[in-house]
Each structure stands twice: as structure tokens, then as C-alpha cells.
Design a protein around this ligand. Structure first.
Ligand SMILES: [Fe+2]
Length: 593
């Protein structure tokens, strides 16, 4: 049985395909159409999934759509009466989804009647819960989804057992932890879609000096709910004004914080205004208040469900700083966060929800993130032959052992290495297949990377990958974090060993690398450890102000545009002959990704 999951008409459009209960492929449309956070119908992603499954669209049995325009209809109608623009927006969404069969058929240039699949609507947060629990290693677990908004709710929690998830509670619009975080991110002067990561990094520089006020902005509502102080926000009156229907554009979100918030906390920071201690303390207060609410919800859910394992999903599950505190603050002993915890992951969740609804058994665990496009050695050779001038770099083709040794030597020597291997990662993190790697022992490496390649704000941390056998030696916790979704404190005596990816508060958002899930990457880290004594690398995504590279052509283009020293693609190792003059690439944009 072939089930296609599609997250469409929404940021992070994506597709996933499940065949006989096994995930075969999953990819975000942005990796393929090169538009960050691409919305619209993910036609390229659907095509890729079909190719991987060896199936035609006409052979798909079920299509799962993680959106139910009819969910929470009463609440929606109440808002529609107050806000005509909201009613119009809902009507447009319902029309759009009603025509999805025709739109898919048009994209594939077939008659709609050729799509014989049955369409299923899965409510947004049910799909989030499914995206975490049904691919987790647990047979029973508590499950929690928190995001900005989806199907008019922002939060759902429940208990999963075998092929079934029972919802225990939900929070509907306008109360939303995601909107809370986005509104305060805007207030701190960061307006781009996805900037919440930046404020999470900023929080480490401050103290929660404004916590009393933030406890009025968001507060817990036991046992596992919360409320916003709505006077601090505008979305309950204006709607969450999100312009993300156009696939060709990155989403834009309208202002979410109110004038009242500025009267209480002072004027909002302008985007070009220098950051100061007040901003750091505001960010720290916001993060601390969020953590207080999450800890209360986690504990309430632990008590109600009686479970010791927890699965997290929704955009809030990317708050790795909060996630890192689950183990000390709750009875949960095991936590699973799927690599695409945000809305891209809905495609996987909806597909598995349908699989189990139709009587399918559990039998799949997502223990790695490599579900995207893969390129063979001959694909890579063809790209190099076709587009690469021999004067630019020395190229060698090496067997695996030599490739690992040479790459490890370059990293230990302080070179910046582009590492392109195997299938592209699912989710927003580069996890060792589309990564830029560097020596974590060098304190200056963060600035070097920013100057030469990433051009990010100086306050943002980089992250380490470390072999799982060494996690406890370097970190105060050793729970697996294979998808970079947890931040743990680095042991004080080890902070000088990995200064480059250690944040100002002594934590790091680590990727734990296992030999079984990432064999080649694990070998590389071990070889780095043999040379340097530290079996870890600084790992940042392989891109330069663009979606993470997917194809060899994009990796090569990024290598050429930036000041990377070495590019390793498959078995080919390219070493730049001479460093380009710094000025030629010295963009100083302070808000690039
Ligand atoms: Fe969501």
C-alpha cells in the first residue's frame, strides 16, 4: 500500500511516501525549488518521493493532507463574525484544499481521474503528534505538539500506545506559544520568518530580569495548558497575518505585538539598532517564561499519562535549549524529537496516521534523517567533468579509508571543509551529509566561518557533532541527540577543548553521531579524534544564505562563491589551489542566514 503525505499551501511545503508501513523518502520543497521555506504545492517533492518508491502517481493508494479546514468550526465561526478578513481567508483555504486533486493533476499533466488515490484530511496537530510518536522507538509515550497555529489550534498533547494516539488536551487560537515567541522575536527587531532561532541564541547572553512581566505575557494553566495575556498581542483582533501562500516567496508575518507591550517593556528594538544588555535580558526572560510553561505542561502530561517517554513535535520542539531541560525538570527518561519537527514533518505524520487508521501495524523507527535526494559517484563525476575547471582546485578520487583520513587531516589542520555525502537530510539541520565542517578546538573558528562563509550575526552559536561514545566525556548529559534538537551543558573542564561550538552560557546544541545511523560520518569524527584527541567537529549547514545545498551542482557553486578550503563530494576531494582574496567574498551582511 502506497501512502503519499503532502504538506501544501503552507510554509515548509514537503512530501513523504510510506510504502507498506515503511518510510521510503521525505523532502522539503525548498531543497528542490531553492526557495527558502517554500509554500504552495510541493510538486517537485512529490515527484522525488514517487521516484524513490518506483511508483507512478496513478499507483498511489492514499493521499494524506495534514489540514482539516472543518476542524474547530465553532471557534472559527465566532472569529469570522468578528473579522470579515478572517472569514475570507478561511473561505480561500477551504477552496484551495478542495481543489488539491485537480492541482496535483495539473502539476503532473494528467487527468484528475487518473489519480485513483483516496484523499484523507488529518487535523494539523494530530499530524504533528503522529509525526513524532509513530516514527519514534517507543511503543508507549506521552506526545506533545506546540507551534504557532494550525487548524486554529496551537497545542495538543496526548498518550500514544501502539498504533493509536489518544488526545488528552489542546489549546486553541488565540493562545499560542509559537505566536508568543514570534511576537517577542519581532519586538526584539528580528522580523524574518524563522528568526526565532536567533533570539534563542541571544537569550544566553542575558538574565531573566523581566520575568515578572513575562509571566503576565504567558502563564501556565494546569495541568497542561497555558494562556497568553492577550493585551500584549494583536493577532486575536487582526488575525495572525501570514503571507505565505505564494510558493515563489519566503513567508512574511505581520506585526504580532501590541502597543501595550511597548508601554510595559519599552520601545521595540529597530532591526538595525545595536544589541545591548537590555535586549539580552528581554530574550532571556522570554526564553525562561517559555521554559516555565513547557516544564509545567510536560509535568502535567507525565502525571496524566503515566509515561516515562516523551515525543515532541511542532515548531516549538525546535527550542533545543528548552528540550535540554526535560531530563532535569520532569520524570521523562527518554525524549524523541523527529528531525523535521515543524510543519514539513506533517507530511510524514499524516501518512503514518492514515497507515494506522487503515489498520497498519507499527514497525518503523526514524533513527536517521537521510531521506532526501542521493547522488552516485558517476553523478558527481559528471558534474565535475562538466562544470569544473582544473585550474580552480586539485581534485583527487580516493577510496573510503583515504578519503576519511585526508578529510580528517584537513579539519585538524584548521581547514574549512564542505562535506557532501549520501542522501540529503530531512528537516532544517545539516546532520553530516550536507555539512560544512571545521575544527571545534580553535576558538577563532566561529569568527573565521562567519567571515569566510556564513556571514551570520556574531552572537549566534555554531553546533558540534560528536561520536556518541564520547558524549558523556564532554557533556553533562549523554541522552541521544541525533537530530541536533537538544542543548546540553559542556563539562566545565572540556569547554576549552571545544570552544568554537560552545555557546556563551557553556552549552552546545549537539548532534550525537552513532556508527549504525551515520557510518561514514562516524568514521570521519573518529579519525578526527585520533588526530586531535577530540572526536568531534563543528558542523554547520552547507549553504550561504540559501536553502541547504541538495545537488552536487549547488555544493560546487557554494564552494566557489565562498572561501571554503576543501570540498569533499562522494569520493572526490577538491582542494582549492589558492585562497581567493578576502575582499572578493567579504560580504558583511549582518542578517544573512
Ligand atoms: Fe504546525
Amino acid at each position: 500500500m502506497i501512502i503519499l503525505g503532502i504538506n501544501a499551501y503552507h510554509a515548509n511545503a514537503a512530501a513523504a511516501i510510506v510504502v507498506d508501513g515503511q518510510l521510503v523518502a521525505a523532502v522539503e520543497e525548498e531543497r528542490l525549488n531553492r526557495v527558502k521555506y517554500a509554500a504552495g504545492l510541493p510538486a517537485r517533492a512529490i515527484q522525488f518521493c514517487l521516484n524513490q518508491a518506483g511508483a507512478k502517481l496513478s499507483e498511489v493508494d492514499h493521499i494524506a493532507i495534514p489540514r482539516d479546514p472543518w476542524a474547530r468550526l465553532g471557534t472559527k465561526l465566532r472569529y469570522a463574525m468578528r473579522m470579515p478578513s478572517f472569514a475570507l481567508d478561511r473561505a480561500r483555504v477551504i477552496r484551495r484544499f478542495a481543489g488539491i486533486r485537480e492541482e496535483i493533476a495539473a502539476a503532473f499533466e494528467i487527468d484528475p481521474s487518473a489519480i485513483r488515490a483516496q484523499f484523507h484530511r488529518v487535523e494539523h496537530h494530530r499530524a504533528h503528534l503522529a509525526s513524532a510518536f509513530f516514527v519514534s522507538p517507543f511503543d508507549r509515550a506521552a506526545v506533545l505538539s506546540a507551534d504557532g497555529l494550525g487548524d486554529f489550534a496551537s497545542f495538543m498533547c496526548g498518550a500514544g500506545e501502539g498504533p493509536k494516539i489518544t488526545a488528552l488536551g489542546e489549546v486553541a487560537f488565540p493562545h499560542s506559544l509559537g505566536i508568543y515567541y514570534t511576537a517577542l522575536t519581532q519586538y526584539l527587531g528580528f522580523w524574518k520568518f524563522g528568526d526565532e532561532y536567533k533570539v534563542m541564541g541571544l537569550a544566553a547572553y542575558g538574565q531573566p530580569a523581566f520575568l515578572d512581566e513575562f509571566r503576565r505575557i504567558v502563564r501556565t494553566d494546569p495541568p497542561f495548558s497555558f494562556r497568553l495575556g492577550l493585551e500584549y498581542f494583536t493577532h486575536q483582533n487582526n488575525g495572525a497575518d501570514m503571507t505565505w501562500r505564494d510558493a515563489a516567496r519566503t513567508p512574511v508575518i505581520g506585526r504580532l505585538f501590541s502597543a501595550f507591550l511597548e508601554t510595559r517593556l519599552g520601545p521595540a528594538r529597530q532591526p538595525d539598532e545595536p544589541l545591548n544588555q537590555r535586549h539580552y535580558d528581554l530574550a532571556a526572560s522570554m526564553q525562561t517564561a517559555l521554559e516555565e510553561v513547557l516544564v509545567a505542561c510536560w509535568n502535567g502530561l507525565a502525571e496524566r499519562s503515566g509515561q516515562t517517554a516523551l515525543c515532541l513535535a511542532g515548531g516549538v520542539a525546535f527550542n533545543c535549549v528548552a528540550n535540554g531541560k526535560v531530563f532535569d525538570s520532569t520524570p521523562f527518561e527518554h525524549v524523541y524529537v523527529q528531525p523535521a519537527a515543524g510543519d514539513a514533518g506533517l507530511s510524514v505524520g499524516a501518512a503514518f496516521e492514515v497507515h494506522h487508521k487503515l489498520g497498519g501495524a507499527r514497525g518503523f523507527t526514524m533513527d536517521h534523517a537521510y531521506w532526501g535526494p542521493v547522488f552516485s559517484s558517476s553523478d558527481i563525476r559528471a558534474v565535475l567533468d562538466h562544470t569544473f575547471s582544473s585550474g580552480e582546485a586539485d581534485i583527487s578520487e580516493l577510496a573510503e579509508a583515504g578519503l576519511v583520513q585526508s578529510t580528517a587531516r584537513h579539519i585538524a589542520d584548521g581547514k574549512i571543509v564542505g562535506w557532501f555525502q549520501g542522501a540529503a537530510e530531512w528537516g532544517p539541520r545539516a546532520l553530516g551529509n550536507r555539512s560544512i565542517l571545521a575544527d571545534p578546538r580553535r576558538p577563532e573558528m566561529k569568527d573565521t566561518l562567519n567571515r569566510r562563509i556564513k556571514h551570520r550575526e556574531a552572537f549566534r552559536p555554531f553546533a558540534p557533532s560528536i561520536i556518541e561514545e564520547a558524549v558523556g566525556e564532554f557533556f553533562e548529559k549523554s541522552h541521544p541527540s541525533p537530530f541536533m534538537t537538544f542543548a546540553y551543558p559542556v563539562r566545565p573542564e572540556k569547554r576549552s577543548a571545544i570552544p568554537a561550538p560552545t555557546h556563551v552560557d557553556g552549552t552546545a546544541r549537539l548532534q550525537t553521531v552513532s556508527q549504525s545511523a551515520s557510518p561514514l560520518y562516524w568514521k570521519l569524527l573518529r579519525a578526527v579524534g585520533d588526530l586531535s584527541g577530540v572526536p568531534a567537529v563543528l558542523n554547520t549547514s552547507f549553504n550561504d544564505n540559501e536553502p541547504i545545498v541538495c545537488r552536487p551542482e549547488e555544493a560546487l557553486d557554494c564552494f566557489r562563491r565562498t572561501r571554503m578550503d576543501v570540498l569533499v563530494m562522494g569520493n572526490f576531494l577538491l582542494e582549492r589551489r589558492s585562497a581567493a582574496p578576502e575582499k572578493a567574498h567579504g560580504r558583511l551582511a549582518s542578517h544573512a542566514d
